[in-house]
Design a protein. Structure first.
Length: 138
């Protein structure tokens, strides 16, 4: 994306999302993670997908991994906003994947509990309440 250095020393990358770049004074901090939080149905997935679509328009590649919605459903939902995901997917500019969660396992503080295909929960929780994860297990 087109990085911009602001007076405060924080480099910003524009998102291309109308209104967001203005209220964030130039976009999101470059090279830093940004967490989007909210309750079910508030638009987190649609926000993320628009961010990725706009990134493709800036020449960036994007990846989206969903845990609740199937890829086909995400594509249909985003199409209702006028975004064409199959084209950048076919061009290898965008990748979408769905990781199925095993809802029968108790959630241990949200740390990779019950993931199938992306890694499995290792031994039982530690005494300190943490959870150990092993990649590629199971």
């Amino acid at each position: 994306m087109h990085e911009k250095q602001l007076a405060g020393g924080v480099a910003k990358s524009p998102t291309g999302i109308k209104g967001l770049d203005e209220i964030t004074v130039g976009g999101l901090p470059t090279g830093r993670p940004t967490l989007i939080c909210g309750s079910a149905g508030c638009g987190k997935t649609l926000f993320g997908m628009e961010f990725l679509v706009r990134g493709v328009q800036f020449g960036e590649a994007g990846v989206c991994v969903t845990f609740e919605e199937r890829v086909e459903d995400v594509i249909a939902n985003v199409a209702s906003l006028g975004f064409d995901l199959p084209t950048p997917i076919a061009a290898k500019q965008l990748s979408l994947d769905h990781v199925e969660l095993d809802h029968t396992m108790p959630d241990r503080q949200g740390y990779c509990a019950g993931l199938r295909g992306a890694g499995q929960v290792g031994p039982p929780p530690r005494q300190d309440g943490g959870v150990e994860c092993r990649e590629g297990a199971g």
